[in-house]
Design a protein around this ligand. Sequence first.
Ligand code: KIV
Length: 275
Amino acid sequence: MSTVTAKSQREHRVTQRSLAARKRRHEPFSMLTAYDFTFARIFDEAGVDVLLVGDSLGNVVQGEDTTLPVTLDDVVYHTRLVARGVRRAMVVGDMPFGSYQVSPEDALRNAIRLVKEGGAHAVKLEGGVAMATTIERIVAADIPVMGHVGLTPQSIHRMGGYRVQGRTDSERERVLADAKAVEVAGAFAVVLEGMPTELATQITSELEIPTIGIGAGVDCDAQVLVMHDMLGLSDWAPSFVKQFANLGAVASQAARQYIEEVVNRKFPGDEHGYR
Ligand code: KIV
């Protein structure tokens, strides 16, 4: 590869700087979750800007009820698969429950694993004010951090379920303070999950870093969805999800036709055999 080509490719990579510029230009960007090479390649080629290897893999890949059992080894493994499929998108490795709450040093050690072994370009962690020191510690080691406030699925036992956050005055103040703390600590972007549109709009206008909404309305600087939900691969999806395709039905129909052709000796045909 010539130096010019390599240079122009690098220039087209999505970085925290290019995402900050998108916010300044009021150009929304897109983020999707991905957990393997094949979908990472498809989404990257389609132009998705950020691929999040979310701990939602506990739900949609592992079949768990919550994200809590997901391990750092799980996320490192899936991040490596996704990183191999990407040429342009930013790959963000999600820090699972237990991998960043013990101490900032422990969090940094684990963030380094996501970058070094997983090939992540950035890490994401849940929490605001309480996680500010941890974010600072990771950012000080030159690892870009994406925050996540509002409905934080790892806090399911504190929240008493997956409840929209920020509906009362005191909750609204808390979510706003969390978002600001994440920015002050040095995060380059923040996910706003499960909160009234009006609150997400206010946070988006008060922060300099991009906000990435999920169940937080259209005014965020970016949007994120879990790929299984938007592709119609989940049994159930929250009401804020738009299903952009029904791959579940397509896969089911293909499997039924395959069974029918196998049991009736229609497949394989002559054209699928060797001579
Ligand atoms: O784990 C995940 O997929 C997430 C997104 C829903 C933001 O945290």
